[in-house]
Design a protein around this ligand. Structure first.
Ligand code: GLN
Length: 487
């Protein structure tokens, strides 16, 4: 039995059966994460072996005393470096925050700890979560465990690579326009973007506040549901956190949805979709039909405008959110002794990378007087229409399905000099964020060259449970989720 290849659910069960201790599990992942890190570069801050062992011993001690344990007891969880961790450096993979040690933890991190999970390092990402390949990190380039010449996707590339590469069994990421689902697809994992408001954003360093959500990366649907049960729920410190009970997501997982209606939008199967990805996704839909699901044609007529709307709304909000990093209020301050305005300008020029600067400039432009109505306000109208498309679609179906990404993982460097080509890799994921609905990506096969392909499931607001159950129907019939790459 190779501990590092197991799921969180299996690791919890092993401890309950006294077949492995939390300390043994911790040691296995500490060794694997260190051994694989030179190839994968998943972590901006590798797990602190002493702290991890101490936390694991505490779990073992609780168990020995017969005390109640949380749902993720003794499970190492890697955390995207955009989530604040008390006393542990949090950088957003930016020079701007290279030395930032938060005095508090994000709500999601507190919740994990309350479930006896073991925080396991901070993972690399595109700077301030802007990107689709993790090449925009100021520190290092993370690679895809299925082919280390390729990118893992982004912006949560480190969180995806470390789970796919068995450096940690589960991780947390954030998704503003696809940053959980896209890397999950490219690394062969289950990645969930919850409904907006389902998980508190407290302690998440904001990129675009009306789009950002935190969610889990996992090997299988059960682990994803386990992660969600742990982090979802109301939090008064985020005014957009919704006060609705959290369903027991893991309970009904194995109950198939009778008469499942799957909406297949023609807009998700058009130009730019790689034929191998299309064929694999269509084969997955066939599998659903075999199980009695019904495919229904739906239309999301405004989705061709979603990408453009997203790349106005997200930079607009980013330009506002990132204004605080000026070397005075927050963040890196230039060493140059100069006046106030020049200090702001120099600090920001030194602290932010190229893509972040590009977004700030775009965002400032679309919000400026004289242009606001033509760009920002118009994008908000498109956003409303995108949401309405989904409302209409969900009167005809329970779940919308399609590809998560137009292609499998691309080569490192292939798109890094072409921002528009990079933005296009988000074409199927951004609508979900604009509409605020939940989205799940699961692995549905591999290309001939061995790269994972993602199937995306989109649901009505707060229909996470439907997504999990529908995903589990496919997972039970296939074995893609049991594959691990040779790293
Ligand atoms: N790739 C998208 C972007 O660059 C999405 C990022 C995200 O979800 N954080 O904005």
């Amino acid at each position: 039995m190779n501990l590092i290849e197991l799921t969180a659910g299996e690791l919890v069960a092993l401890q309950e059966q006294k077949k492995a201790s939390a300390l043994e599990i911790a040691d296995a992942f500490i060794a694997a994460s260190a051994a694989r890190e030179p190839k994968l570069r998943s972590f901006t801050l590798p797990p602190d072996a002493d702290a991890v062992r101490a936390a694991a011993r505490a779990v073992d001690a609780k168990r020995a005393k017969g005390e109640a344990l949380g749902k993720l007891a003794g499970v190492p969880v890697a955390i995207k470096d955009v989530l604040c961790t008390k006393g542990v450096r949090t950088t957003c993979s930016s020079k701007m925050l290279a030395n930032f040690v938060p005095p508090y933890s994000a709500h999601a991190v507190e919740r994990l700890i309350a479930q006896d999970a073991i925080p396991f390092g901070k993972t690399n990402m595109d700077e301030f979560a802007m990107g689709s390949s993790t090449e925009n990190s100021a520190f290092q380039q993370t690679r895809n465990p299925w082919d280390v010449t390729r990118i893992p996707g982004g912006s949560s590339g480190g969180s995806a690579a470390c789970v796919a590469g068995c450096q940690a069994p589960v991780s947390l990421g954030t998704d503003t326009g696809g940053s959980i689902r896209q890397p999950a697809a490219l690394c062969g994992l289950v990645g969930l973007k919850p409904t907006y408001g389902r998980v508190s954003r407290y302690g998440l360093i904001a990129f675009a506040s009306s789009l950002d959500q935190i969610g889990p990366f996992a090997h299988d649907v059960r682990d994803s549901a386990l992660g969600m049960v742990s982090i979802a729920g109301h939090d008064g410190r985020d005014s957009t956190s919704v006060n609705e009970p959290v369903p027991a997501y893991t309970k009904a997982l194995d109950t198939p949805i009778a008469g499942l209606r799957i909406g297949v939008p023609k807009e998700f199967f058009g130009q730019g979709l790689d034929p191998e990805v299309e064929a694999t996704v269509r084969a997955a839909l066939k599998e659903y039909e075999k199980q009695g699901a019904k495919l229904v044609d739906v239309s999301l007529p405004h989705s061709p405008y979603a990408l453009a709307a997203y790349y106005i709304v997200a930079p607009a909000e980013a330009s506002s959110n990132l204004a605080r990093f000026d070397g005075m209020h927050y963040g890196h301050r230039t060493a140059e002794k100069t006046d106030l305005i020049a200090t702001y300008a120099k600090s920001r020029a030194e602290g932010f990378g190229k893509e972040v600067q590009r977004r700030i400039i775009i965002g400032t432009y679309v919000l400026s007087s004289g242009y606001k109505d033509a760009y920002y306000v118009k994008a908000l109208k498109v956003r409303r229409l995108v949401k309405k498309d989904f409302d209409d679609a969900f009167t005809k179906c329970d779940v919308v399905m399609g590809p998560t990404t137009p292609t499998a993982a691309f080569k490192a460097g292939e798109k890094s000099d072409d921002p528009l080509a990079m933005y296009l890799s988000d074409v199927y994921t951004v609508s979900c964020n604009l509409a605020g609905i939940p989205g799940l990506s699961i692995n549905c096969g591999f290309t001939k060259t061995g790269l994972p392909i993602g199937l995306q499931l989109l649901g009505a607001p707060f229909a996470e449970e439907t997504l999990f159950r529908a995903a589990r129907m496919y997972e039970r019939a296939t074995d893609w989720h049991t594959k691990r790459p040779a790293v």
